[in-house]
Ligand binder design. Structure first.
Ligand code: AMP
Ligand code: MG
Length: 291
């Protein structure tokens, strides 16, 4: 998944714990083989090659994650969008070459970016892209999904207290012995060692989207790895967003979505959920907390 994976487990039975962790890592590898668009043998690579040309059958797992992704696109009015891949690639080239893409390149790429290009057929479990150039990328949601699946793997191996962390996508299962919850620090986006807030998590998920782990600078400006699919530019309105939610998938998708919609414009969407918490650093380093 191109990031650090940590699994911490408490158990009185060491062999059982080791086996559970081993199976958990196998589960993450299994998921990566479906969702990595950089692996040419993955299911998503096959879909990205075919679905622009013809209706393409999906495994139930890929169908499910596309469906969930479309839900997050709809509620965020396109801020979260798994068709942003071609824009991500345009900016990856910009980063490699050290030149900001020209507006013509961005405009022509925007023609085939947009979740409305995805036609999902529930009865036939298939997908078809309305534009043959459309591509899917699960970078904004797959880690959270993998965290949720990993949690299920641990549970099925009898583990009740664990912390799973895939690149800042966390699920806190149960709590450490003698404690009420797992304590997770939210770091300052500019001062790594400065912990601004401590979360108490028990059977809850958290995810952070920030501009400080993955970013690049061009013309002395900092560009994040998250792209606004509506204008094609890397988002610069906030420094970091942490979302606490019931599932790691929701936390992952929503943190990416709020990163795009920004401190001001996220408020209505945030308030439409009654079971999430949101922590943001806006571009002036102001810490904003909801509720
Ligand atoms: P995250 O770190 O979870 O916020 O996800 C960022 C990753 O999701 C990027 O590296 C891209 O692969 C992808 N991505 C970029 N912009 C978007 C977007 N607006 N919606 C969905 N995924 C995106
Ligand atoms: Mg995300």
């Amino acid at each position: 998944m191109d990031t650090l994976v940590e699994i911490s487990v408490y158990s009185a039975d060491r062999p059982k714990a080791l086996e559970a962790v081993k199976q958990a890592f196998l589960e993450i590898e299994r998921i990566e083989k479906i969702f990595s668009r950089f692996d040419k043998d993955s299911e998503i690579s096959r879909v990205n090659t075919l679905a622009g040309i013809k209706e393409t059958k999906l495994s139930s797992e890929l169908f499910g994650l596309i469906k969930d992704s479309l839900y997050y696109s709809q509620i965020s009015e396109g801020a979260f969008d798994i068709t942003a891949a071609p824009l991500v690639d345009v900016w990856a080239i910009a980063r490699r070459d050290g030149v900001v893409p020209d507006s013509k390149t961005i405009e022509s790429t925007l023609e085939y970016v947009g979740y409305k290009n995805i036609k999902l057929d529930g009865e036939r479990s298939s997908v078809h892209f309305l534009d043959k150039r459309t591509r899917l990328d699960f970078g904004g949601i797959a880690k959270g999904y993998a965290v949720d699946r990993t949690k299920e793997t641990l549970l099925s191996h009898g583990i009740k207290n664990a912390l799973i962390n895939i690149g800042g996508n966390i699920f806190a299962l149960g709590s450490p012995p003698g404690r009420k919850a797992w304590r997770i620090g939210i770091q300052h986006p500019r001062y790594k060692n400065k912990i601004i807030f401590k979360l108490n998590l028990k059977n809850r998920a958290a995810a952070t989207s920030g501009d400080y782990e993955r970013f690049f600078t061009l013309d002395k400006k900092r560009f994040s790895h998250i792209i606004n699919p509506l204008d094609g530019w890397p988002v610069q309105d906030v420094m970091s967003v942490t979302v606490v939610a019931a599932t790691a998938e929701a936390a992952d998708a929503l943190s990416t979505a709020f990163f795009v919609t920004g401190a001001e414009n996220s408020q209505t969407l945030i308030r439409s959920f009654d079971d999430i918490e949101v922590f943001m650093f806006d571009k002036e380093s102001r810490f904003i907390k909801y509720p």
